[in-house]
Write a protein of this length. Structure first.
Length: 128
């Protein structure tokens, strides 16, 4: 699923329904897998995100953010928090990404974090 999310060939503002469908379907599948296997999803997703989140290619950054957002509900809170808290400032800085797609993805991902891990947003010294 991670590979399908990363196979983004659309350009900013040029959405092809088939390509967007593959991305979103892969993301939904990854979400369901994370709900099924819980924290076991963290290692491969974190590896994928780590190798793509700072890419010069907006598509790789977009895929990284989508992947992270897709698994928000699956892992147990302490395990997910261990991954997210150290990277929260980097993720927040992505609101300034040059790509509108990445900014949209980070907004969606952070909404998922607020919904399922509100304590990170309200109690983390990294954010305040």
């Amino acid at each position: 699923m991670l590979q399908n999310i990363s196979k983004i060939t659309i350009e900013d503002g040029d959405e092809d329904d088939d390509e967007v469908g593959v991305q979103l379907s892969s993301g939904v599948c990854l979400q369901k897998i994370s709900l099924l296997i819980g924290s076991q999803v963290l290692a491969p997703v974190v590896a994928f995100v780590s190798s793509n989140i700072t890419s010069t290619d907006w598509r790789a950054r977009y895929a990284a953010v989508l992947s992270l957002g897709a698994i928000v509900e699956g892992p147990d809170k302490p395990s997910f928090n261990q991954i997210l808290v150290p990277s929260i400032n980097q993720l927040i800085s992505m609101y300034g990404d040059p790509s509108i797609k990445v900014r949209q993805a980070i907004s969606w991902m952070m909404s998922k974090v607020c919904e399922h891990h509100a304590d990170i947003m309200t109690q983390s010294p990294e954010i305040t």
